[in-house]
Ligand binder design. Structure first.
Ligand SMILES: Nc1ncnc2c1ncn2[C@@H]1O[C@H](COP(=O)(O)OP(=O)(O)OP(=O)(O)O)[C@@H](O)[C@H]1O
Ligand SMILES: Cc1ncc(CO)c(N)n1
Length: 268
């Protein structure tokens, strides 16, 4: 009998439901991958920003990982917010034993601009986690941090994608253009060729959790065995729809719509 594809996310929470673990699980569910999660930090946040952060004790993160890994199949996994170096070290020791595609969303700040990981963890992420990835998905500020270079044009984005693969050993890099003006354009460099994914920019402030949703969608498609290029193509389509049909909820940057594959939601 065919097995259901299974995806795991290792990340922080968002009680307002638009980002982090919540966005990931909703996306896995929508894209028909069985969703599992390991929580690294409990984050008090909403559409306006981050109010507080509580880190789950290290041994409890480790225990959650062991509970999943020793019992459940993992066909693909992603990491989001991993707040400090100790957590990263422990996560590395566990995930390096997993034989499945790994998508890293190198989360550093929330959509609101609030920091989500400690300064010294950024360097560790670049040195120790990047070489384990199948794909890393930085937005422009994250790609600027990783490469140490300013990104102002699409050419800068392409160079950044190549730089991250060539210099830090990421399996592939998808540099996302959500923070630039014009077309919502992303570049994927897979170590041999550069692929472009483009969509019309949607005029909305409701982009809370777009990065989480996008990387979770890529993970879900990889769990189903799709090649990377195809997984990104389908995930780009999904995140564009999720933004197109996003919700004006809360007083800040509203959440995307995780059941967007079904078109505009009927609210009857
Ligand atoms: N207004 C928009 N219209 C269409 N696509 C968009 C828009 N904003 C972002 N995108 C797309 O959404 C995806 C996520 O990109 P973005 O650069 O916003 O990620 P992010 O900054 O990591 O997200 P987050 O807000 O969760 O931190 C990319 O494919 C990007 O091109
Ligand atoms: C927990 C968490 N991860 C990632 C993001 C980035 O959107 C966020 N706001 N919260």
């Amino acid at each position: 009998m065919k097995q259901i594809p299974c995806s795991l996310t290792i990340a922080g929470t968002d009680p307002s439901g638009g980002a982090g673990i919540h966005a990931d699980l909703k996306t896995f569910q929508e894209l028909k991958s069985y969703g599992m999660s390991v929580i690294t930090s409990v984050v008090a946040q909403n559409t306006t920003g981050v109010q507080d952060i509580h880190h789950v004790p290290l041994n409890m993160i480790e225990q959650q990982l062991d509970s999943v890994i020793t019992d459940m199949p993992v066909h693909a996994f992603k990491t989001g917010m991993i707040a400090n170096k100790d957590m990263m070290k422990m996560v590395v020791s566990k995930i390096s034993k997993l034989n499945a595609p790994y998508v890293m969303d190198p989360v550093m700040v929330a959509t609101s601009g609030d920091p989500l990981i400690e300064e010294e963890a950024r360097d560790f992420l670049r040195r120790e986690l990047l070489p384990l990835t199948t794909l890393v998905t930085p937005n422009i500020p994250e790609a600027e941090y990783l490469t140490g270079k300013n990104i102002e044009t699409v050419d800068d984005m392409k160079q950044a994608a190549e730089h991250i693969v060539e210099n830090f050993g990421a399996g592939a890099a998808l540099v996302k253009g959500g923070h630039l003006k014009g077309e919502a354009i992303d570049f994927l460099y897979d170590g041999s060729s550069l692929h472009t994914f483009s969509a019309k920019r949607i005029n909305t402030k409701n982009t809370h959790g777009t990065g989480c949703t996008y990387s979770a969608a890529i993970t879900a498609y990889l769990s189903q065995g799709l090649p990377l290029n195809e997984a990104v193509k389908k995930a780009k389509h999904f995140v564009t729809k999720a933004i197109q049909y996003s919700f004006s909820l809360g007083s800040g940057s509203g959440p995307t719509n995780h059941w967007a594959t079904r078109g505009a939601p009927s609210l009857d």
